[in-house]
Design a protein around this ligand. Structure first.
Ligand SMILES: Nc1ncnc2c1ncn2[C@@H]1O[C@H](COP(=O)(O)OP(=O)(O)OP(=O)(O)O)[C@@H](O)[C@H]1O
Ligand SMILES: [Mg+2]
Length: 275
């Protein structure tokens, strides 16, 4: 199924006379050992839009090896599609980010929570749309949730635990293209503590202030992102960035902001082609 985003990007390309071909990874195989470019992808520049974590990472690696410029790159995908690696990249680059710990056993997780205090947030290192992210209100609640995870796939036993950031009932999603924050929205929650629009959070326009632009661009740079969605929260000490998204959605943000995000993305990709 072609999503709204990909249709909008294809239409923006057509409008500008930029040649673009939609390629479905499911219909594609890529030689890892063959010489030269992959015949199934004619263009040099590839905008990677796959939301499946492993397909995204491995197809990006294979396409880069075949000589394509992939936006976002393998390095960006690696450092942003995994929340744990993203936290490390943000920290390395000096971007304010919530206090976060990792633990690998139930007891380790309970010790980490003892340091973070309650409430705290548990998230799968790889995941999106707020899925399986849990607000741990107290020690009993935390133990129950973590005990459940012990019976799940081993990837859910990587306990990525974060301080609960006291913020208004909203977060901020910004869009960075190249080295510019082109748009921002507030995501206001509809009851759920998570503000994801996939969970009914409402998108409202947000002015790109200098503070928002600075932290967004710095966060994008931390993962070498070229077209990314940056998630920010308004903590009592100022803005903090909790993640960067390498295949960001913008279906709700275009009508909320009036900014032509797909058009700006195509302009940027076309400029790369001319370099
Ligand atoms: N440390 C925190 N403190 C308070 N609220 C948080 C915290 N971390 C996440 N949230 C809330 O939960 C939502 C989902 O968290 P996060 O963005 O980390 O996960 P996600 O599922 O990857 O989201 P996305 O759909 O952006 O990929 C956030 O938009 C925010 O509203
Ligand atoms: Mg997010």
């Amino acid at each position: 199924m072609i999503r709204w985003e990909e249709k909008a990007i294809a239409q923006a390309a057509e409008k500008r006379g930029v040649k673009a071909t939609l390629v479905d990874l499911k219909e594609m195989e890529i030689s890892l050992t063959g010489a030269g470019a992959n015949p199934k992808v004619a263009e040099k520049i590839v905008l990677q839009r796959c939301v499946s974590h492993y397909r995204n990472l491995y197809s990006t690696a294979a396409l880069e090896a075949a000589g394509h410029t992939v936006v976002n790159s393998l390095r960006t995908a690696w450092n942003s599609s995994d929340k744990l690696l993203c936290t490390l990249a943000l920290k390395r680059a000096g971007v304010p980010t919530p206090e976060t710990h990792v633990a690998f056993t139930e007891e380790g997780a309970m010790r980490a929570l003892g340091e973070l205090g309650y409430p705290a947030v548990l998230k799968p290192a790889v995941g999106s749309w707020g899925r399986l992210a849990a607000l741990l209100k107290d020690e009993d609640f935390a133990r129950a949730i973590i005990e459940d995870r012990e019976y799940m796939h081993p990837s859910y036993q990587v306990y990525y635990l974060q301080e609960y950031v006291k913020r208004p009932p909203r977060d901020i999603r910004t869009f960075v293209i190249g080295d510019r924050t082109v748009a921002a929205i507030y995501r206001t929650s509809a009851g759920d503590w998570r503000t994801n629009t996939a969970r009914g959070g409402k998108a409202e326009p947000c002015k790109v202030t200098k503070e928002i632009d600075d932290i967004s661009v710095k966060a994008a740079k931390a993962v070498e992102g070229r077209f990314v969605g940056v998630d920010l929260m308004e903590s009592k000490d100022g803005l903090v960035c909790h993640e960067v998204n390498n295949t960001t959605e913008f279906k709700n943000s275009v009508p909320a902001t009036g900014i032509d995000i797909p058009g700006l993305a195509v302009d940027y990709l076309a400029s790369l082609d001319r370099r």
